[in-house]
Ligand binder design. Structure first.
Ligand SMILES: [Zn+2]
Length: 413
């Protein structure tokens, strides 16, 4: 029986021991089983006998998305094709797909990580879990499904799209847990209102939201709209999928990283140097407990910072990082000021704005649906808190595009 409590509340000493042991194992494992890692170790003159523990990580080269693209279809796999039980695909880019293979053990690992997350959120067999991410090559649908199925919950594997049906199923089956991309609940709320329902009176009590950065102010709105609690669930296909790398602290002190399974480093996106705790940078992941294609020092593009390595108020001793603020690809640099769409969202959502778009093209335009008088206030806040002056436009309700998956709110050139 999988003892989920024991793993969530693993003491620091034990985390460090397992982390060290698994790290040494995985370095040797990829060296023995992956032609790719053998080659890059050789190119970088790395003697794996001198890689003793996580403190030696900075000596290893990074693995990048381009490496994964070049490895299509299965060139980086560490196991024969016979041992692979499924593949998923990493999203967001065009061109050569990024394929992540799984062994049976990897699927189990994915499920176990999510079981930890479900446990923290208090999700049990009594829950009715509606899974709104797609079932397919993207990782969301199946990841939630494996864990929801394992706890014998009432699973609604509805998948993406058809928002009216989503609302109808919430009503007819009494959905208590909604799994979704972070931008989807407010779309569901809007359609529910059109159908004559008051979202706060729907049965949804908890939401597991991820796949895109979302601000604290947006969370407040989502929670108020549904009278429910919204959890941030991190995770990326390259590390095994949704919910694998960690989960939000129940005290909302940030994201706890499951350090017995993943090592997180925060690096300067330009120099690649590890930055000091508290300083923002790119999240670099090393998977310690995966078999088909473990990755060392994978550059995720996510922006975060280490909050703490000490025991948290919630009792969890796994390290805490900030909720993901953005991705390196979404960063906008305008007249020397750097910002992420979620920074603008934070301001907009504080005025109750749900739908917005940021256009970057010889200047910046922030367009949102809301009351006419808001443009001036928003412009002033952006100037004051973010340090740049965009053109701010208010449009009538329903004028901006709606999304049923990840929202495309940043439009360039
Ligand atoms: Zn905590």
């Amino acid at each position: 029986m999988y003892n989920v409590e024991k793993e969530i509340f693993m003491p620091r000493k034990e985390i460090d021991e397992i982390k060290r042991k698994r790290f040494r194992q995985v370095v040797k494992y990829v060296y023995d089983h992956s032609a790719f890692y053998r080659r890059i170790f050789r190119e970088n003159r790395i003697d794996i006998d001198r890689i003793k523990g996580p403190e030696d990580l900075p000596k290893l080269p990074f693995t990048t998305k381009q490496h994964l693209r070049d490895a299509y279809p299965l060139k980086m796999a560490c196991v024969p094709k016979d041992d692979i039980v499924r593949i998923q695909m990493s999203g967001g880019t065009t061109g050569q797909p990024v394929i992540i293979p799984y062994t049976r053990e990897d699927v189990e690992q994915w499920k176990k990580m999510l079981l930890r997350d479900f446990h923290i959120a208090g999700i049990t067999s009594k829950d009715v879990i509606q899974i709104t991410p797609a079932f397919g090559l993207w990782n969301g649908g199946f990841g939630f499904h494996f864990a929801a199925d394992a706890i014998n919950a009432f699973v609604i594997p509805i998948g993406a799209g058809n928002t009216r049906n989503q609302v109808r199923f919430i009503v007819d089956f009494g959905t208590t847990v909604l799994c979704a991309t972070a931008s989807y609940p407010l779309r569901i709320a809007e359609v529910a209102e059109e159908m004559g329902y008051e979202p706060s009176e729907l049965s949804v009590e908890k939401m597991l939201l991820g796949a895109e950065p979302w601000s604290d102010e947006m969370r407040k709105q989502i929670e108020k709209t549904f009278d429910a609690r919204a959890y941030d669930i991190p995770g990326l296909t390259e590390m095994g999928g949704v919910g694998t790398v960690g989960f939000e602290c129940p005290e909302r002190n940030g994201l706890h990283i499951w350090e017995d399974n993943y090592i997180v480093e925060i690096v300067d996106p330009e120099t690649g140097e590890v930055v000091e705790d508290g300083k923002e940078g790119e999240v670099v992941y090393t998977s310690l407990n995966r078999t088909a294609m473990p990755l060392l020092r994978y550059r995720s593009g996510e922006i975060s910072a280490v909050i703490s390595r000490e025991e948290c108020e919630c009792g969890i001793e796994h390290m805490t990082i900030k909720r993901i603020r953005g991705r390196t690809d979404d960063m906008v640099i305008y007249k020397g000021v750097k910002f992420y769409p979620s920074d603008v969202e934070q301001i907009l959502a504080s005025y109750g704005v749900r739908h917005y778009r940021i256009e970057v093209k010889d200047g910046i335009r922030v367009i949102f649906e809301g009351e006419n008088g808001l443009a001036g206030k928003v412009a002033k806040d952006i100037r004051e808190f973010l340090g740049f002056s965009p053109r701010v436009e208010v449009v009538a309700n329903g004028m901006l595009e709606r999304f049923e998956g990840k929202a495309r709110r940043l439009v360039r050139g």
